[in-house]
Design a protein around this ligand. Sequence first.
Ligand code: PEP
Ligand code: MG
Length: 754
Amino acid sequence: MTPAKNAPRRLMRQLHEIMASADVAEERLNRVVHLVASNMVAEVCSAYFIRDSDVLELFATEGLKSEAVHITKLRVGEGLVGLVASAGTSLNLSDAQSHPKFAYRPETGEEIYKSLMAVPILRSGKVVGVLVVQNEASRHYSDEEEEALQTVAMVLAELVVSGDLLIAQDQKDGNMDRAIVSRFDGLVFAEGLAEGVAVMHEPKVEIIEHLSEDYALQQRNLDKGFNSLLAQIDEIMSAEDIIHHGEHREILDVYKLFARDKGWRSKIEDAIESGLTAEAAVEKIQIENRSKMMKTEDPYLRERLSDLDDLANRLIRHLMGKAGTAANKKLPDNAVVIARNMGPAELLDYDRDKLNAVILQEGSSTSHVAIVARALGIPMVGQVDTGILDVDEGAQIIVHGLDGEIYISPPPEILESYRDTIAARTKLLARYDDMRDKPVVTKDGVQIELVINGGLAMDIEGMHRTGASGVGLFRTEFQFMISKTLPRVHPQAEFYKSIIEAAGAKPVTFRTLDIGGDKEVSFLKRDHEVNPALGWRAIRIALDRPALLRYQLRALITAAAGTTLNVMFPMITDVNEFRFAKTILEKELDRHRKNSRPLPKEIKVGTMLEVPSLVWQLDELLPIADFISIGSNDLMQFFFASDRENPKLNQRYDTLSPPALNMLRFIVDKCSHHNVPLTLCGEIGGKSIGALALIAIGLRRLSVAPAAIGPVKMMIRSLDFSMIQPFVGELLSRSDSDIRGQLKSFAKDHNIRI
Ligand code: PEP
Ligand code: MG
């Protein structure tokens, strides 16, 4: 299609004329497909658009039978056109019919066409249609042709933005009042219930003008856009950092580097030269990058490309005079912020008093932003269908951050029932606050200790707020997960010191790096593993790469100078691993002594108990351990051979069943025999009914999420231990007992608050 160098410009000029004409949308589309076919010397050019969320309908064609228009329909994912729509990337095939996805539609008469090139039509990064060219001869379309087709597809998105094309078709089909999707499901990233109005984190920017022949003006606009983008990044960087010790800063450094990247900029300039406006030129390069991003499997490269994607969005907003997120605008008092994704710093930019909940279309519960949301107590639901990004600003929303449901413009009955639930929960939370300074003791005087699980500086606030007596598990890997590079010893030590100081007199138990499995860190490349949960993770990595553990221990020793250091190791499977880890600690202590550095006043070294094999080594382990902490999340996943991340297995095996509780009781008995302090820090302890069973079998120290301290404490204070112990003891003697069910009834009968 590009025999002469200025062919794209000519194509752009003609495209411009068509798009700017007074013709109705349908006619403009017909003229565009005709133009593309003749320019590309293709026998066919067809445009499909998505209707009813997942049906691709043929809207215009040059070359296929005209009767097929509005008749030929394919589901997203069906046929080659559907494949392009679902993958969001182009296809370029010299023999389309031999492709396994080829779906023949007799009404089109396309059986004679051998080669095919198809590109997605994207609007704000979302596929809204597919543009296709076909030829009878088997041929390979060049990269330049693919690029040109992508540019045309981008311009065609204007027809969807303006609404002309689809609304006109809906009117013709008498299809004007299709039901609005009003309910979405997602995954709970941070628990809580909230009601409020929809606020888009990033104001929607639709590119209105794609084509311009005033190249000089567009280049000037681009210069201005880049300048204000760089100024904005500088401004964010000079603001006080939120995640102590600069992880966020490093991310922004990468952004800045990209923003100055000459290659990126010159590609945008070339696109302007071909006849695009500055914002459309940025979008064009963004589309190309996205398609590379989809194709790469390298997580590092993907992340870089996604940074670039983010940066391109920012630049487009600057070019269109809509820079900044909703955090910098006037927020309603009850905002429910909706975002494709966001970083932890962006979340912290919001006025917390006005932020009721956050909904992310992407994200994961281990993502940094989710970790921060939990620490701040802001309900967050993620991994929601893309349709959530099309919700109207100002729409009323209910976020049920306990089961992941979201209601948009809920009907009055649902609204009322949620309001009741929210009111009851608010009351309950106030009661937990009232209990803050009350002792954690059963009605008959059995003392229990409640400590928290944490991983961020903010969690210490949670510990003080809830009245917990310390940190039973500090997951140090969080700092590594939110860092792009390996944190060095000094910043690590500073961070641990700040945690110890913030905790005051209350003890903190640091767990050494528990990475691998589901916890990825960007600086450690790992091979693909078939079973990562059973793979190279936690202490296994640490013992194979002792430098990592040594530096971390050095930082911990430094941080705890003059005070007590409580440290434990994750995923110990064999008692020798514990011995080995202790030797590494000893070496670091020797190094400290030799260098006359101040040492901790006292050091307590323990281990997580997360692997069943260790249960059978307790007689060797306990004499050399200062304390044990049961990681029941992992212990149960290995005990039941049931992946803790698999939602299909969540409810399958009961952690309160006799086999599981008998194992835990065995551990309790062994620890008390060897007189070694025992804590349980897995999720079962954070549910009141779980805590009830655990206390009945003898546990006296539970480490739970800060939000669980209130409910568990309330249960404990309503409990008569002398009654529950024999009751559970009896149930445990029978292997078929429904302990959970029996405990629920018992709690009801005896007014135990579970
Ligand atoms: C556990 O496995 O129970 C535990 C507390 O560790 P994590 O959840 O961090 O794996
Ligand atoms: Mg674990």
